[in-house]
Write a protein that binds this ligand. Structure first.
Ligand SMILES: C[N+](C)(C)CCCC[C@H](N)C(=O)O
Length: 288
């Protein structure tokens, strides 16, 4: 089994992640808190209250976990294509796989990465939603002191299953949308690249960026539900399940609730995924 794809997936994921994290914090806050009027209001309040550091809350854990998550995604994707089409990454330019195969391989990668991602994503969301300024004398300490403390508290209070809160919604969010992700990427690359050639860096950036946007647009409704279910353990008002969360969110806040965070998700998705795909392709090319 080729391992380069796993390593390339990890490094490229980490680069994209740092770039996108401030957008991600604003998104999570807009989706789960009602105190902000919009993107700008949330940014201003976060900055005033918590300084630039506020935007980078909850980042250390995703950086550590992206090693597992993105390498599972790209590694499984590439190896699934190898199993389906009997072509390696290098051979695929000359013999492009069908979109059906790309979609199936993307969904497989998406499904498996969702399970690795679930506990890390839960901790990220919980930490991002702590709006207390860091270490201000006199103010009450935040509920979680950091990722390890957060994981330990959830484990103590709710057991191992608590760490997988929202995992179902996450799997439903990621399985089809990562199929869409790789199909969009492949399709755009092929539009701008003569047959059999390697796409240029510009093409990879644009195709990666739009692949990110397309898959996030499709993923946003379930992303909202996922974030709410992950926070639900903290509040009294816990949801009966995924459907209950959907219905009660829509009843209380209208259908628009399913598009919360869409703009910011798309703004984040372009640079993050452009950089992810560019570094992934470059790493694999340079390793021959
Ligand atoms: C499937 N879904 C849309 C949720 C994610 C697809 C893009 C994944 C990338 N690591 C990112 O964070 O943007």
């Amino acid at each position: 089994m080729p391992v380069e794809e796993f390593v390339a997936g990890w490094i490229s994921g980490a680069l994209g992640l740092v770039l996108g994290h401030p957008f991600d914090t604003v998104k999570v806050r807009l989706q789960t808190q009602t105190t902000y009027r919009g993107i700008v209001d949330c940014m201003v309040k976060t900055y005033r209250h918590e300084s630039l550091l506020g935007f980078f809350k909850g980042m250390s854990f995703p950086i550590a976990s992206i090693a597992v998550v993105n390498s599972v995604l790209f590694g499984v994707y590439s190896n699934a294509l190898l199993a389906l089409t009997a072509t390696s990454h290098q051979e695929r330019r000359a013999q492009p796989p069908s979109y059906t195969h790309v979609f199936i391989a993307g969904c497989t990668g998406g499904f498996l990465q969702a399970y690795c991602l679930a506990p890390f994503d839960l901790i990220k969301v919980r930490l991002q939603n702590q709006t207390e300024p860091r270490a201000k004398p006199g103010s009450p300490p935040p509920r979680y002191r950091g990722p390890v403390h957060c994981a330990a508290s959830i484990f103590q209070a709710e057991g191992p299953r608590g760490l997988f809160r929202g995992a179902w919604a996450l799997t439903l969010r990621d399985t089809p949308t990562l199929g869409i992700y790789f199909v969009t990427y492949e399709w755009l690359c092929r539009q701008f690249t003569p047959d059999g050639q390697t796409p240029s860096s510009g093409t990879v950036l644009v195709a990666g960026g739009f692949a990110g946007i397309t898959s996030w647009v499709a993923a946003t409704p379930l992303d909202v539900i996922k974030s709410r279910m992950q926070m639900a353990g903290l509040k009294q008002r816990a949801y009966g399940g995924l459907l209950d969360c959907m219905v009660s969110s829509a009843r209380q806040e209208g259908l628009g609730v399913f598009f919360r965070g869409l703009t910011i998700n798309s703004a984040r998705a372009f640079p993050v995924n452009a950089v992810t795909f560019l570094s992934y392709e470059h790493l694999l090319l340079s390793w021959g």
